[in-house]
Structures are given as structure tokens and as C-alpha cells.
Design a protein around this ligand. Structure first.
Ligand SMILES: Nc1ncnc2c1ncn2[C@@H]1O[C@H](COP(=O)(O)OP(=O)(O)O)[C@@H](O)[C@H]1O
Ligand SMILES: [Mg+2]
Length: 268
């Protein structure tokens, strides 16, 4: 019985794998037809749920494709859990699973676009189709920028300046974009030697989401932790929430800090 089942599982996987390849390929071709990208150059990174592929645009600039893998229900843990882990979805057909990956891709693309429009330092979104999204390549030449985690705190020339840049972006995300990133950590910040770029917006939630405060608190804590900053995380969290309830017009000063009622985040 056990043996029979595992054979069935591997057949199922194979069918799904073929489906992924042709399915993804068709999406990439569609993005080429729509002139979102020109040439596909090759993979540069691999995440748990996505593959990152370097591409060229028609103006000669680079872009990256983030290709989400469609993963069968029972092989999936982590962040798809809230859809895939739901018993109501236990008997999803392959076509439905592909559809869920499209929803995830659309969600991440939507969050990224919202952050971009609000002036957060993120890769510029170029377009998406099904399970493939296209965004600005962050790097120097064709070398992708390292993650802040790989750079390490001790190798930053001016850690304080990078910390402030991230705080400005964290606050803009919350107050100007009305989002909480939800997975902000040195693994999801790229550093090109000048500026930090915030990536990986799939877990972001709109303000008003039941996990808004939990995620915001965690994002704040992880950033303070990386920079070994003595600021009290609870103070910073509370300060952000207070400023978030302000209803007047927002302004940004010359240094890029959000002004809420004329004050910066770290002003008294
Ligand atoms: N716009 C980009 N420019 C350059 N490299 C990128 C870009 N987006 C992602 N990467 C690389 O791909 C890795 C995985 O991307 P990410 O969006 O964090 O996916 P995952 O959801 O799998 O964590 C990143 O850590 C980074 O190294
Ligand atoms: Mg990531």
C-alpha cells in the first residue's frame, strides 16, 4: 500500500513538473511578446519558492524575472500554508494549484507596485504574467547586489547612514504605502554599495490586516537587531503606529525623512 502510494506520488510530481516548464515558458514568451523583456539571459538566484532569472530589456538595461514554482499541496509548507494548508483546498487539481501561484505572483507584484508608487526604495516593477514577475535588476554591471546579510554590518562604511535609509523606507512603507513588509530582514535588503533596496514583497499586508502590528513589530526588531541599534524596539514600533494614525498631508524633507505633523520619526 505504502509503495503503491509513493509511486503514484512520483508520477503526479512528474506530470506537474512538465506542466510547470511549459506553463512558465509560455508566460515568459508572453512577456517577450508584450515587450516587457527582450532576451532571457539565465538564472542568477534561487529562493525557496521562486527562481530569479536575469533578462535584458529593449533599451539594453537588465531586468530580473521572479518565477514562482507551482508546488503541489502536500509538499508545501511555509508561507503558502495559509492557502494550501487550508483543508478546503486539500483536493486541488493541478490547474488550481497553478492558479494559486498566479494569485501569489499578482499579490507580490501589487505590493511591490504600491511600495514603488509611495517612493519606497524598491526595484521598479515592469510587469507580470501568470507566475512570472519582472522588475528592475539591482546590481552593478551584470553582478547582482549582495544581500545586506552577506555584506555584514562590519563591512559597511557608514552603518548609521544605511540604518537611517532603511528606517526612512520602513516608515514610508507603513505610512505612505499603507503596507507592512512582513518579512523585512537583512536577507531581503540588497545593498549596491550606495543604497539599500527592499525586495521580496510577497508577505506584505495592507494596514488593517489582523497581523499588521505583529508584522510591524517583527520588522522593526529585525532591523534594530542587525544594526545592533540601542533604540527600544517597542518605542519605535509605538512611534510608527502613532504617526500612522495622523490624517494630515504628508511631506518629505531634503534628506528623505517623512514629515508627519512637521516632525521626523526620530525627533523628540
Ligand atoms: N531585483 C533584483 N535584483 C537583483 N537580485 C535580486 C532581485 N530580486 C531578487 N534578487 C536575488 O534573488 C534572491 C531571492 O529573491 P527574493 O525576492 O528574496 O525571493 P524569495 O521569496 O525566494 O526569498 C534575493 O535574495 C536576491 O539575491
Ligand atoms: Mg527573500
Amino acid at each position: 500500500m505504502g509503495r503503491f502510494r509513493s509511486e503514484k506520488d512520483s508520477d503526479y510530481y512528474k506530470v506537474l513538473d512538465d506542466a510547470i516548464n511549459s506553463y512558465t515558458w509560455a508566460a515568459v514568451v508572453k512577456l517577450q511578446e508584450r515587450k516587457v523583456i527582450d532576451e532571457v539571459l539565465g538564472p542568477i538566484g534561487q529562493g525557496k519558492e521562486a527562481k530569479i532569472v536575469l533578462a535584458k530589456r529593449h533599451d539594453g538595461s537588465y531586468a530580473v524575472l521572479k518565477i514562482f514554482y507551482p508546488v503541489p499541496v502536500r509538499f508545501t509548507k511555509s508561507r503558502y500554508g495559509y492557502i494550501f494548508g487550508d483543508p478546503r483546498f486539500r483536493n486541488l487539481k493541478i490547474s488550481d494549484q497553478l492558479h494559486l501561484v498566479e494569485i501569489w505572483c499578482r499579490k507580490e507584484y501589487g505590493n511591490l507596485s504600491r511600495a514603488y508608487e509611495a517612493g519606497v526604495q524598491v526595484p521598479r516593477p515592469y510587469g507580470f504574467y501568470r507566475n512570472v514577475m519582472v522588475m528592475q535588476f539591482i546590481g552593478v554591471g551584470n553582478m547582482p547586489a549582495p544581500r545586506l546579510e552577506e555584506v555584514g554590518l562590519n563591512n559597511l562604511d557608514d552603518p548609521q547612514a544605511v540604518f537611517y535609509e532603511i528606517l526612512k523606507n520602513l516608515e514610508k512603507t507603513y505610512i505612505a504605502a499603507g503596507l507592512v513588509h512582513g518579512d523585512l530582514s537583512p536577507f531581503n535588503v540588497l545593498y549596491d554599495g550606495e543604497k539599500p533596496w527592499i525586495i521580496d514583497w510577497g508577505s506584505a499586508v495592507r494596514r488593517g490586516h489582523p497581523k499588521e502590528h505583529e508584522y510591524l513589530r517583527r520588522d522593526v526588531e529585525r532591523i534594530l537587531q542587525f544594526f545592533k541599534n540601542p533604540l527600544d524596539p517597542h518605542y519605535l514600533f509605538k512611534r510608527l503606529v502613532e504617526r500612522g494614525s495622523y490624517r494630515g498631508p504628508l511631506d518629505v524633507d531634503q534628506e528623505g525623512w517623512l514629515l508627519v505633523g512637521g516632525k521626523r520619526l526620530l525627533d523628540d
